[in-house]
Structures are given as structure tokens and as C-alpha cells.
Write a protein that binds this ligand. Sequence first.
Ligand code: CIR
Length: 255
Amino acid sequence: MQIAITRAVSAGIAACELTHLERQAIDLDRARVQHRAYEEALARAGCRVESLPALDELPDSVFVEDVAIVLDELAVITRPGAESRRPETEHMAPVLAGHRRLSFIQEPGTLDGGDVLRLGRRIFVGQSGRSDERGIEQLRAVAWPYGYTVAAVPVSGCLHLKSAVTKVAPGVVLVNPAWIDAAALGDVLVLHIDPDEPYAANGLLVGGRLIYPTSFPKTRRQLEAAGLTVDAVDVSELQKAEGAVTCCSLVFAGS
Ligand code: CIR
């Protein structure tokens, strides 16, 4: 059984961090409806959804992916690159302690879970504005004893590595080639987004289904034509906060 941890949308989401987008009004009620529909998609994919209560004083706390990396053997609580997001980790640590042994990224290193892409025993980490060399080195130190390699990948033009690439099927990644060089990922089949949809590289593969935003119809048609099962969800309000589909959950094997 897969477990998906989510957190309800903060009443303060209007004050979210923004790096590449202009601030737009976010309809909180609509964001909450979309988030519940996203949780339903996780349940359809076979997850047991553990939905945590909103933290209204932490605007970006719906984006739980950034505060932890959950491996089969342990969970790493991150130290997010954006200072406003660091208190989110204190709320996640006790939740994950119920599932995994914990390790912590320590000051001065920074790491956002959105920068971490795992392909089997290979872990790729974006060198973004949020994750630095020291954070990446700390992740390497805790993961290598379990047989993981950790490789830094340059990203430019986007927030996180997973804005530019996600796994969409076993051995297959979806990439925006303007933001990363997929050669850094080694032996993997690469699909490209439609160039009209730069934010389209973020999909969430769970239980053989790809949870994917409705806002990228051209790329979605290509994915379906390639034989993928796509479960489309409208996350337009969360996208205004520079979020996507991977960032709203932590999905891992239950024990
Ligand atoms: C931030 O800038 O931190 C949030 N507004 C968006 C985080 C999105 N996280 C993700 O894609 N992993």
C-alpha cells in the first residue's frame, strides 16, 4: 500500500513565495476544491491519503514535497531554501517519524524536495536557487550507505529540478529541454514537453497512473499517444503559487 501525505491549503497562500511568476489573486475556496480533487486522484491511484490540517500561518505549507525526501530506508527532513518555508519542517518531522527513521539536513545546507528526482537507486538533485552544494552533500552522506548514488544536476530558468523533469513511466522521463540537459540523467528514455507548454514537465506517477494538470493539453495528448494512463486534475489555483502536482504530496511505500 502506498501512503500519500498531503496538507490542506493554507488560508495564507496569497503570501506564497514566487520566483518566476507574477503574483495573481488566488481563489482560496477554489484552491481547496482543487486540492481535494487532487487527493481523490491519489486515492484512485491506490494511495491511502493522510491529509494533514492546514497551517494558516505558513503560506506554502500545502507544498509538502519540499520539506522531506522519503526513501524506503529513511526520511530526510530538508532545510528549505526559502527562509519563510523552514518552519514547515517542524510540522512534518513528527508525522514522518511514524513511518521512517529520520535524518535532517543541517544549517547552512539547503535542500528542497522539489529538487530531488529518484530513478531507482539513482538520486538526482537540482542545483537550483533552493538547493545548494552543502545540502546535496548531506543528502549524499545519508543515502549512500543504502546504495543510492546522488548526482547534482544544473537547472536554469525554473524553480526546481522537478519543474524541468519528472518520471512518467518506468525508465521514462518527461523533460523541458530549455531548463535541463537530460543527458545528465544517464540511461533513460526522454520525452519532451510541447514547447508551447513550458511548465508541462511535472507529472506524478503513482500506481501506474500519471496524475497530470489539465492545463497542458498538447503535452497530455503526446503522453496518451505514448500509451500512458493520464488522470488529469485541475490545479490552476495552486499553479498561481508556482506549485504543480508532485509538490502537493509525499508518496511512499507503507510498511
Ligand atoms: C515556493 O516558491 O516555494 C512555493 N510557492 C512553490 C513550491 C512548489 N514546490 C514544488 O514544486 N516542489
